[in-house]
Design a binder for this molecule. Structure first.
Ligand code: FES
Length: 141
């Protein structure tokens, strides 16, 4: 299996069996975001305790890339510190826009091909933007 096929399978897998989908009963912050170019939306709940992202859920409607990236993002940051989670979200966006090499982004690395399609970058970064906003809200509490 070549790398493209492997990436495609990873994206399809996250789209078909999304991780951390749903909502939290007791989130400490919650953010809803819209991709204005298509009208797709995501809602992200986070639960932060003592600077750790203890739990995270997402829900929404969107294309395969937006939903797969939300699933991958939640997997990459769940259980991490707030600082580390913010770093993952920011590095993922920098990686997609070609301004940073990617370090260990887990399955998010499968979205590498999106960088060639600027119109899809908004799809791929919807969840990471929501995460940044939720964790920034957290910091202001
Ligand atoms: Fe709407 Fe991708 S087409 S988020």
């Amino acid at each position: 299996m070549n790398l493209d096929n492997m990436y495609r399978e990873t994206i399809l897998d996250h789209n078909q069996i999304p991780r951390n989908k749903g909502s939290l009963e007791d989130p400490t912050a919650s953010v809803g975001l819209l991709n204005p170019t298509c009208g797709d939306q995501i809602r992200l709940d986070v639960k932060v305790v003592d600077g750790q992202l203890m739990d995270i859920r997402f829900d929404g409607q969107g294309c395969a890339i937006s939903m797969a990236s939300a699933s991958m993002m939640t997997e990459a940051v769940k259980g991490q510190s707030v600082a580390e989670s913010l770093a993952v979200a920011r590095e993922f966006k920098a990686f997609l826009t070609g301004t940073a090499p990617h370090r260990n982004l887990g399955d998010l690395g499968a979205l590498e091909g999106v960088a060639q399609f600027p119109s899809r970058i908004k799809c791929a970064t919807l969840a990471s933007n929501a995460l940044e906003q939720a964790l920034t809200q957290e910091g202001m509490r």
